[in-house]
Design a protein around this ligand. Structure first.
Ligand SMILES: [Ca+2]
Length: 498
């Protein structure tokens, strides 16, 4: 196992960021502007609560127009802060997306291209996880003096070297894999829950979404006197589709059982986000807590009956429906309430944004891929970051620059979309803009050629499946209140097997 040197950073108090900024600007700025600037860079270091949903569809929250699933608590969170309408994750499936989010580095730059599944022939399972050389956001925030806790899903490796306790988290309550039953084993059932706890007994299990909230609130209460990083890593509404009876009853009018169950799971998740938000308020922490909410990837329409309307595509594709997710950042008094930020942002931006607010030293932000979004989120800088966003996921790759997005698939012509005018990616204009297509293809290829080989693979059957997903037709409109959305229509096979 490769080890990394322990940080020997000076305590943040010795290099207080607000002080540095004030020295740097001298008296050149008006007093009010200087105070705002100083306040924006962590005059008091905020707690960070990262609320992650799992496989939640872009169209399945109230603030994106869901006609079917009331999400009053997520809507309240959105109204209290900045909603990012073009928020991208760095991969369209769970594990690599989480690897990017938690390291702040594009995961393909350290070989984490694939989802974590069964080890593939020729690959050493000792490397099936987040490479140990990589520092997580928890590592970085802990080095900056934060208490760190993860509650819920990990999915970044199950070998001991990948365990959350080895990856920057002081406390872990949850499960290491990619999915987990929501209900505890029934009485007499010999199977056991895989939920574990690093700091005491697992405690009574009820319904996993509720239990993750309960543990998250207890963590906040244990660490109310120092800044903390709470990662509330919900697995809802990822499969298995299992909902509580009282939540199912709320959606009894939906005849389609799969959609009804999904709606019940999302409604329960929203209820639990509400319980978490109330606890923040009751603890008096709201003014010193930055909350980031997003989903780890787009909804898998074919698996959990989620809806990415009005976007095309789903989990597993680099279409907008696979990569673009509901996303909110809220910090009352510091970020404007009710603002919509409409330029593209990346989940890779959150680590630099958070670390700057936490007063982290230069060493702790070194090597990050993303951009500190603060001045964009507050509105003081109206220009979008000058950069391209890039993705590589198994057979697919994509690049977004300005309004344009190019998708590269094997054995096909590249696809080019103007995402501002055509967010549903219905009009491929690659042949009408050949120079731009060539330029973006070249930029994507130059980047791609420099990337390391993946450190592990997922089964070849997934690659076939992912390619097929580009030929399917996806529901892009909200259903009526009690209808199931139209199902995904798979493409007919182009060649009949002989
Ligand atoms: Ca997921």
């Amino acid at each position: 196992m490769i080890t990394r040197p322990r940080s020997t950073l000076p305590h943040a108090a010795l290099c207080h960021p607000a002080l540095i900024v004030l020295i740097a600007v001298g008296f050149a700025l008006p007093l009010a502007a200087a105070a705002t600037l100083a306040g924006a860079v962590a005059a008091d270091r905020p707690n960070l609560i990262l609320i992650l949903a799992d496989d939640l569809g872009y169209g399945d929250v109230g603030f994106h127009g869901s006609t079917q699933i009331p999400t009053p608590n997520l809507d309240r969170l959105a109204a209290s802060g900045v909603r990012c309408s073009q928020a991208y994750v760095s991969a369209p499936v769970c594990a690599p997306s989480r690897a990017g989010l938690l390291t702040g580095r594009n995961q393909v730059e350290f070989g984490f291209d694939n989802n974590l599944g069964a080890p593939q022939r020729g690959f050493d399972p000792e490397f099936a996880g987040l490479p140990v050389e990589e520092r997580t956001l928890a590592d970085r925030l802990r080095a900056a003096g934060y208490a760190t806790g993860l509650f819920g899903k990990w999915h970044l490796g199950e070998r001991p070297q990948f365990h959350p306790r080895q990856r920057g988290f002081d406390e872990f309550w949850g499960f290491l894999g990619g999915a987990e039953p929501y209900f505890p084993p029934a009485s007499g059932d010999r199977s056991t829950s895989r939920v574990e706890c690093s700091f005491g007994p697992v405690g009574p299990l009820t319904y996993l979404t509720d239990d993750i909230t309960t543990q998250s609130i207890a963590f906040m209460q244990r660490h109310r006197t120092r800044p903390f990083f709470l990662f509330a890593s919900y697995n809802a509404p990822h499969a298995p589709l299992q909902a509580r009876d009282e939540d199912l009853a709320r959606f009894a009018g939906i005849a389609d059982l799969k959609r009804r169950t999904y709606c019940a799971m999302v409604a329960r998740f929203d209820h639990e986000v509400g319980r978490l938000l109330r606890a923040v308020e009751e603890e008096g922490m709201a003014a010193r807590t930055l909350i980031v909410f997003l989903s780890d990837n787009g909804g898998p329409v074919d698996q959990n009956s989620s809806l990415n309307a009005p976007l095309n595509g789903q989990k597993g594709t680099v279409l907008e429906g696979g990569l673009r997710v509901p996303c909110v950042l809220s910090w009352p008094g510091r970020l404007p309430a009710g603002r919509v930020y409409a330029h593209p942002v990346s989940s890779l931006d959150f680590a630099p944004t958070v670390l700057a607010r936490a007063g982290a030293s230069a060493d702790l932000v070194r090597g990050l891929t993303g951009t500190d979004l603060w001045t964009r989120l507050t509105g003081s800088d109206p220009s979008p970051p000058d950069r391209a966003l890039r993705w590589r996921f198994t057979v697919s790759a994509a690049i977004r620059e300005g309004d344009w997005k190019l998708i590269r698939l094997p054995d096909r012509l590249p696809l080019l979309f103007n995402v501002r005018e055509d967010q549903a990616e219905q009009n491929d204009v690659a042949l009408q803009h050949l120079d731009l297509t060539r330029t973006l293809l070249g930029k994507l290829g130059d980047w791609d050629a420099r990337l390391p080989h993946p450190v592990f693979l997922e089964g070849a059957e997934w690659k076939h499946r992912q390619l097929d997903l580009y030929d399917a037709t996806y529901p892009r409109a909200q259903p009526q209140a009690n209808e199931a959305p139209p199902r995904l229509i798979p493409a007919k096979p182009a060649v009949t097997a002989k």
